[in-house]
Design a protein around this ligand. Sequence first.
Ligand SMILES: [Zn+2]
Length: 284
Amino acid sequence: MHSTMILLGVLFGLLTQVYTLPVKNSTGVHEGKVRLKRKYSDEITDRDEMNAMDQILEINRRLRAPRGLSIRDGDIAASYIRSAITCPGNACLWPKSVDGFVYVPFMISPLYDDMDRITIETGMQDIAAGTCIKFVPRTHEVNFLDIQPRYGCWSFLGQTGGSQTLSLQTPGCMWSGVAAHEFMHALGFVHEQSRSDRDHYVSIVWKNIMPDHIHNFRKQVTNNLNSPYDYNSVMHYGRYAFSEDGGPTIIPRPDPYIPIGQRDGPSNLDLHKINVLYDCGVNE
Ligand SMILES: [Zn+2]
């Protein structure tokens, strides 16, 4: 009888703990929900002000490259810049499996909380839902993404081989569109305005760019995958990226008022380009 009472007491204690946990954590959960909710119902003013790249540059403002690496174009980690889309033999693409899917194994740092994980996995899902890319938890694979809350939001370009860090700082980078942006770098995509044909679609206002950052606006030799230029790409710099004095650095042409970029997630054209690059067999 006595031991039963003790057991009941222990059980009651456990239950009390279980019931009080959500209350203790409610602030964190609530904040997470707010972050997630904004993905779907952004205030118009916010949406007008910042796209995914603006958000990334804001967080990366004081980013110093991790040891042994350089950060190029705002958020691409490299020892040298390479345009994965033209990399020899497509060696920097993730390999396609015989079942037609491209499996990208990942590990997520235990330092993230549940809502961070949901935000990151929403970024993965937004890509996976429209393409043949499948992000899968790593089991034994040699090549994988190691997602960590390091300083800043950044990724390597394409598959580097082995473990490759993809940094999504929390809370600054915790937007599913920002996560999707970094995942697209890891899939081999450079920024939209780095395209070889960009001068037909945007004017770069060189005099407005901070002198130290002019290199972030160079064009690259890219395979444009027979796809139209995409002002709405989640990979596009914002209109005021790296502005010295608040003036625009990128102006669409011929219509200067076309909105540039967004942070909701990959655009339809972004998904289309992934499907073309990875030969997903989707005719869009
Ligand atoms: Zn980027």
